[in-house]
Write a protein that binds this ligand. Sequence first.
Ligand code: BG6
Length: 319
Amino acid sequence: MDRSNKPSAIGVGTSLPQPSLSIQDNVIEASLPTGQSVKVHLYGATVTSWKANGKEQLFVSEKAHLDGSKPIRGGIPLVFPVFGPPPQTHVTSSLPQHGFARNSNWEFLGKSSSEAPGRDGDRTDLTVKLDFGLSHTMLTEEFREAWPYEFGLVYSVTLTKDTLETALQVRNEGKQNFEFQVLMHTYLNVADISDVRVKGLESKTYIDKVLQATSHVETSSALPITQETDRVYQNLDPAVPVVVTSAKDDQPLFSITREALKDVVVWNPWIEKAKGMADFGPDEAYKNMICVEAGSVSGWQTLEAGEAWEGGQSIKSRL
Ligand code: BG6
C-alpha cells in the first residue's frame, strides 16, 4: 500500500518536549528540556540540588545527613513555625531550633508544567512546578504535642529556565488563631567567599546574632563576608532584589526577590563554627557557601482560624 501521503499525527512537530520527572528513594527530581533540573527530598521538602547554566547552584555539605536522621545541611531547608531557638515564653518553646518543617516527612502532591514567555519575547519556555504538603496529621506525636494546631502547608518549588522559585502557603484549618515564623534557609553555592559581595542591604536595620543580638544599621552598599556572619536584616521591600555579586567583575551571581517575606538573614559560619558542626564538611567548605535566607522572622505572623497566608522567593542565578 502506498503510504507516502499519510498525514502526520496532529500536533507532532509543533508540540514542545515536556519536563521529565523521576521519583526514587523519597527524592523527586524534575528536569526541563532546556537542561535545568531540581531535586527535592521528601524529608523536610528540602531542595537539595538546582542545576542551571550547566552547574550546581546550591551548596550541600559533604557530611549532610540525607537519611532523615537530621535536618539536611544545605540546599533549602524550610524553617517553620519558629526561627532559631524557640523563645522560652512562647507557645513554640518545646519545638527544636527552626521548628519541625525541615525534619518532617512531606507528601509529594504532584507536578504541573506550564509555558511562559521566553526572555526574548518570541520564544516559549517551559516551567515545572512540584507541590509538597504537610499537615498536623502527618507530624510525629512529639511535634503535634509541642505545636497543637491544625494546619496545612503547601510548598511549591517551581523551576524555570532562569529561576528557582519556592513558595509556601500556610493554612489555619483549626478553630484557634496561631502565630508562626517562616524562612527559606537557602545555601547558595559560591566559588570563593572572598569574592562575594551582598547588595541591597544598605541603610537597613539588622540584628547581629554574632554581637549578642544587638541592633545596627547597614552602612555597606556591597557587603563583604570576612568573618562569622549571622544577621537578620529587617523590613526590606520584598520586590527589591538582594543581589549576591562577584567583586571581580561586579556581576550578579544570584538575585533574590521575595513576596510577603520582609526579612533576609545572611549567614556564614566561618571556620570555627564550621569545624564545630558535625554535619558540615569539609571544614573549608564555608568558603563555598553563603546563606541568604528570605523569611518573616521578626515578630510573628498571626493566622486566624480558617485563613491562609502565602509567601515566597524567586532566585535568579548568573545568566
Ligand atoms: C541561621 C541562623 O538561619 O541558621 C543561625 O541565623 C544558625 O543562627 C544557622 O546558626 C544554622 O542553623 P542550624 O540549626 O541549621 O544549625
